[in-house]
Design a protein around this ligand. Structure first.
Ligand code: FPP
Length: 234
């Protein structure tokens, strides 16, 4: 089957899932965080090498204060429960986003997770926290402009050179982008990186996105005819 090296997921529907169970929205986020572990393990076992998850966007600050506060505390809970297991499995944690705008404690937990796993060579588990693609591209443009002004870069930049300024500079392009909970939007996620990604929209909310649903997405991906703008992918 066609290999999916890099899968990205927009983990949507935690709030609606919780409401349907008569639970507060925060319970949906907690169940969602637990599902990150389940799906990371499944993805690794299915041969995915990079799994990039949208946990908190630059726009999510607009949510109720209490909900934002809860999500900011989740990384500590999550890594306390699962970090040892991730290390044992050889996972490498990468956090994408503007970390310096996060609460100090949250940032420290995320930085520790990256530090502890930096020599691992297994699944790259990339968590996007305070991430927005337009912001990422803007910051890249700023860094590039600075390099030009200071003589480190030439004006004749090519796409492959510009990619080195993005937060995903160490990762291959996204092969498959999945969004859960029935919404069909990209929501400012990995706009550059999904240029030729296949898209899968599933009805399940993130807490009910099981390894079986992931397998279904990969099977569907395996049947797609990826042409990358050419005529036929032989
Ligand atoms: C979208 O559902 C979900 C979020 C904005 C938060 C996602 C966060 C997690 C899954 C936790 C992951 C955290 C770590 C540290 C692994 P929604 O709240 O927008 O759902 P709704 O559309 O039903 O309201």
């Amino acid at each position: 089957m066609k290999e999916c090296v890099h899968a990205a997921i927009i983990m949507d529907g935690n709030g609606r899932w919780a409401k349907a169970q008569g639970l507060p929205r925060t319970a949906g986020h907690l169940a969602g965080a637990d599902n990150v572990r389940t799906i990371a393990i499944a993805a690794d076992e299915m041969g995915i090498r990079y799994l990039t998850l949208y946990a908190f966007s630059t726009e999510n600050w607009k949510r109720a204060r209490e909900e934002v506060k809860y999500i900011m505390k989740l990384p500590a809970v999550f890594f306390k429960k699962y970090m040892q297991e991730f290390i044992d499995r050889g996972f490498r944690m990468n956090i994408l986003g503007e970390l310096d705008r996060l609460p100090d404690n949250t940032r420290k937990v995320l930085e520790d997770a990256m530090e502890q796993s930096k020599n691992n060579t297994g699944l790259n588990l990339n968590i996007c926290m305070n991430y927005g693609s337009q912001r990422e591209i803007t910051l890249a443009a700023r860094a590039y402009a600075k390099d030009v002004l200071e003589g480190r870069a030439s004006l004749d930049i090519e796409e492959a050179d510009f990619e080195k300024y993005l937060m995903t500079k160490d990762f291959p392009p996204v092969d498959l982008l999945i969004r859960t909970s029935g919404e069909q939007r990209i929501s400012n996620y990995l706009l550059w990186q999904i240029a030729y990604a296949e898209l899968a929209f599933v009805k399940e909310a993130w807490p009910e996105f099981t390894p079986e649903v992931l397998r279904r997405c990969l099977e569907e991906y395996g049947h797609r005819d990826r042409r990358f703008g050419g005529i036929k992918d032989e």
